[in-house]
Write a protein that binds this ligand. Sequence first.
Ligand code: F6R
Length: 248
Amino acid sequence: MKVPGPPRISVFRDEDAMAQALTTRIAAAIAANPAIVLGLATGRTPIRFYHQFASLVEQGRVDLSQASTFNLDEFLALPCDHPGSFRSFMDTHLFGRVNLAAERIHFLDGTARDTEQECERYEREIVAAGGIDIQILGVGTNGHIGFNEPAPALEPRAHRVTLAQETREANAGLFGNDPSRVPTEALSMGMATILHARSIVLLASGASKSVVIERAVRGPITPELPVSFLQLHHDVEIMVDEAAASRL
Ligand code: F6R
């Protein structure tokens, strides 16, 4: 039996090297399991990875025709074709360039009338797909993963969430740099949804992430720092550039 150890930490010279290493890892995983189920994040951090990965697919070196994807989260009440939606983000940076089958791209629907039912639907679809093989995560400077914000208690499953002010500010780029236009709520996978992935890769880059990465690895496990829960998982790789690793 594999004894759980601390998260593996891989430090890269810069964001490009980090994206390259993740591209190589994911390409190898797909070669080994073409029907892979990937959990995907949006945000600034994975963009280079998506571009490098999409290039490999365009060159015919990776085949996504049997793969499935589940994104972590989506803003509430935004239609999927709204330019600020995470679905639009994924269409731009990955989905529009690769041969994923439309029916195997999964997203929480922020416009669903009954958000509770929508969250249950999403959890059921993850189970029906066989569970997530590799979950890719970014982390907020406040320690959120997905949109599981710091709180006295965390939600285990997909749920509706009120976004922290700093999270709305961090996402303002999708809304004309105006934080007040960022939706106040979102739907997100829960902490148990994330921890049930067979394998997790957390990406972080830049000096602004150095404190949260140090606390994620060395600090106590607390709902006030949701990323600290990754210490409970048996197969986590934390990929960081030198700036984000500077306090380790
Ligand atoms: C987005 C998500 C968020 C981001 C986090 C970091 O789908 O899950 O948890 O990963 O906010 O965002 P960036 O990469 O923009 O710093």
